[in-house]
Design a protein around this ligand. Structure first.
Ligand code: 5GP
Length: 127
């Protein structure tokens, strides 16, 4: 499958330093920053630095190093936020929207980490 990446998307601009962000953590291949319009008390976006549109694009084409780094970054952010269920945290949700049905707004892979409140059901019923 061919994935077309638009390097004018807002997260590409954040990665190039053209737009500021509220960074939570950064690594060789990934960046985590707070969502500009948080839907929960904790709402952080984790993105790869590489040009990937969706999770499946990343999973299919990223290097092993990028994939490990991205997943470790998710674990690091969960730890920084203190939302991991268990010792103290109350839990969280990961979301990665893709394409039109997934209602993806920004065409650069991002995983939302949401926590800090009970989030309700995962998906709304169809109209
Ligand atoms: P999507 O609908 O693509 O899964 O989510 C895109 C997310 O990016 C939204 O939650 C939106 O609030 C966030 N967002 C859009 N533009 C910016 C921005 O310029 N900075 C930050 N930090 N978040 C943004």
């Amino acid at each position: 499958m061919a994935y077309a990446y638009d390097d004018q998307n807002i997260f590409a601009k954040i990665l190039r330093g053209e737009i500021p962000n509220d960074t939570v953590a950064e690594s060789d291949h990934s960046l985590a920053f707070r969502d500009i319009a948080p839907m929960a008390p904790d709402h952080v976006l984790v993105i790869p630095k590489g040009a990937y549109v969706t999770y499946d694009h990343f999973a299919a084409e990223a290097s092993d190093a990028e994939i490990v780094d991205f997943n470790r970054m998710i674990a690091k952010v969960v730890d920084i936020l203190g939302v991991g269920p268990g010792a103290d945290g109350e839990g969280y949700r990961l979301i990665s929207n893709a394409g039109r049905s997934g209602v993806q707004e920004v065409p650069h892979l991002h995983v939302h980490i949401l926590g800090g409140r009970v989030l309700g059901r995962m998906v709304q019923p169809a109209d």
